[in-house]
Design a protein around this ligand. Structure first.
Ligand code: T4K
Length: 372
């Protein structure tokens, strides 16, 4: 216990494969010297991930954000895109950086994904798409979203940055909507150091996505698009190939730790936990709790400070709301999404990663249980 008390416990810690396995994987690069630009490891990872995610088409990128930004561009979205403000900066930045207007829909209070009862009232003749977020790996109401999109002739792109490996009713998450974006950042359940992937049904997107991530270059003399550089390199791909081998085991370990959290926290008044979603095979990406200060006695910020005094560093994912960022000051009104606003002020995401020990989870729960 004394050992736990003196150690910093951060919100997450990257998963790494055994060092020697990574070295073996990158060894051939010293012979070929082909370090990037869609090399052999890139191809191998692309096909491994297509199989793992059970999707029709996949394109890899240097990170999740550029995946989303270029996916929006490739799909020729126009005007307004309906999304939520309860997410990481990237989701909205990707819309705005494409010259489009994000229209914020509130989230539902059960799992913090887009409230499908409030989408249709936001649709105008400028709306071209819905961009919901499977926040924390919680699955959006994909069936209702699909019906709304069909009725109103809209595209659907999911921000699935948190949802790698998740399934709903046995269907792998990347199959919903027209397309999805995954993030393989170091902090994610599956990482390629930095990285991301677009998965999509329309195989015509393959060429344009390839062009956009590689300056529009198709051959030494053909430049077809004003693209940028968003290619995943061979070292990233190698990390992904090594990490993928351990992923199912890692998700099991996360599940085990989450079960301890759930069991220990469920009796504490004022601490709310997202209920497990029926029919969903989770990846246990994050463990957010909601602190109801009137019942618990401390508010979110006070609990966060208290945990920090024990060297435990949870995070306020997602506070502030994107609509409250300084860079969007005066552009949006967070009062129009009251549930998102309320949740963002009460949420704390607790440490969760595979190397986290059972006794560390118990220690964190004990501190939360003490209240004072
Ligand atoms: N959409 C959504 C919904 C997202 O959440 C994200 C990314 C994206 C899109 C965009 O995808 P990417 O372009 O990032 O692929 C982190 C991540 O940087 C970010 O990827 C992630 N979402 C977001 C939720 O969390 P920060 O600013 O909180 O990261 P940072 O550096 O404070 O790290 C958090 C903790 O992780 C540290 O306390 C220690 C641990 N860590 C961090 C790094 C960088 C490691 O163990 N290893 C590492 O290498 O954003």
């Amino acid at each position: 216990m004394d050992n736990i008390k003196s150690k910093n416990i951060l919100v997450t810690r990257s998963s790494l494969p055994p060092f020697n396995e990574f070295v073996e994987k990158i060894k051939p690069l010293w012979d070929t010297a082909k370090l990037t630009n869609m090399g052999e490891l890139h191809k191998e990872l692309e096909s491994e991930l297509k199989r793992y995610l059970q999707v029709d088409n996949i394109t890899l990128f240097v990170n999740g954000h550029l995946t989303l930004e270029l996916l929006i561009q490739a799909m020729n979205l126009t005007g307004e895109v309906i999304t939520t403000p309860y997410t990481f900066a990237s989701t909205t930045h990707a819309i705005i950086r494409n010259g489009l207007d994000p229209i914020f829909c509130d989230i539902n209070k059960d799992n913090y994904t887009i409230d499908t009862n409030k989408i249709e009232q936001l649709i105008t003749n400028r709306t071209s798409a819905i961009l919901p977020v499977h926040v924390y790996g919680q699955v959006c109401d994909v069936n209702t979203i699909q019906e709304i999109a069909k009725r109103n002739n809209l595209k659907v792109i999911y921000d699935a940055a948190h949802a790698f490996g998740v399934k709903k009713d046995g269907v792998p998450i990347g199959n919903f909507g027209d397309a999805s974006m995954f993030s393989f950042h170091a902090t994610k359940v599956f990482n390629t150091i930095e990285g991301g992937a677009a998965v999509y049904h329309d195989e015509n997107l393959n060429t344009i996505l390839y062009q956009l991530k590689n300056f529009g270059i198709m051959s030494q003399v053909d430049v077809e698009e004003v693209g940028i550089n968003a290619k995943m390199n061979e070292f990233q791909a190698a990390m992904g190939l090594c990490n993928l081998k351990y992923l199912d085991r890692e998700i099991k370990r996360r599940k085990y730790l989450v079960e301890i959290y759930r069991e220990k926290l469920k009796r504490i008044n004022g601490i709310r936990i997202i209920p497990e979603q029926e029919g969903v095979e989770s990846n246990y990406a994050y463990f957010p709790i909601i602190i109801e200060s009137n019942e618990y006695g401390l508010d979110r910020d006070q609990l966060s400070k208290k945990l920090e005094s024990y060297h435990i560093y949870p995070r306020k994912y997602f506070f502030p709301l994107i609509s409250e960022f300084n860079c969007y000051k005066d552009k949006f009104n967070s009062n129009l999404t009251p549930i998102a606003k309320n949740i963002s002020r009460k949420v704390l995401t607790l440490p969760l990663y595979t190397k986290l020990k059972e006794e560390e989870v118990e220690f964190i729960c004990d501190i939360i249980g003490k209240r004072k």
